[in-house]
Design a protein around this ligand. Sequence first.
Ligand code: NAD
Ligand code: ZN
Length: 247
Amino acid sequence: MTLEDIAKRMVEGGKSNAALTGAGISVESGVPPFRGKGGLWEKVDPVEFAHIEAFRRDPAKYWSIRGPFIRDLRSIRPNAGHEALAALEADGMLGAVITQNIDGLHQEAGSRSVIEFHGNVAVLYCVECRRRIPSAEAPLDDLPPRCGCGGVLRPDVVMFGEAIPPGPMIRSQEIAGSCAVMLVVGTSGVVQPAASIPLIARRAGALIVEINPDETPLTEAVSDVFLAGKSGEVLPRLLEAVRRAGR
Ligand code: NAD
Ligand code: ZN
């Protein structure tokens, strides 16, 4: 299937097309992924540090990784991949982005319909009194950051060992169950239940287009088309093809 064939299907699908994104789409913005080259995995086991039990046992250790991530985000900008998805939505060629990312970069690029499967680090809340504060205002010099009440603060994200909130879970399943084309971008496809979203879409008859520099377990099992490459390069080319096909 050529880029032109995919573009034609996207023009037919319009707003019922969707995207599922993972850490890979933010790599070109300078955010390290979990797995793959330069991934956090090379330094720590993410399942270990980002597990709710690990956080409860040793919040300072959790924050020694999460603190710099949040601080670095303040100077990080969306890349051409995020921007191409926002442009597809503005053109009426994409109805939603389901993201596993917690960095907020899709919204910053202008995507409006974003389902955050794993939450977002933009907000922290106190594990004792539940008070919520923007992470931009949180004291990150002394880790773990604490609330005025003395309780430890945590980001409003889904840690390993925690359930996906029902809102995003149901919404993602609805979208997957009715989408025409699903773009699966920069995800290793091993973190459940997010990894089952493309499978739901596939079973419902969607065309699954995977974009990743490297093949994943999804490539063989569910993807109809595999576009090898960086999302910051492939997605702008796809956007151009969709615009040509829509004329
Ligand atoms: P992952 O880290 O497991 O896998 C990253 C994938 O991106 C790999 O398949 C890799 O080949 C691919 N990739 C690398 N560079 C790419 C590029 N330039 N363009 C496209 N793809 C590229 O990511 P995951 O599947 O999202 O699972 C990790 C979990 O970790 C998620 O649940 C997510 O919440 C969390 N996480 C989020 C961020 C973030 O918010 N930016 C960063 C790290 C981890
Ligand atoms: Zn508190």
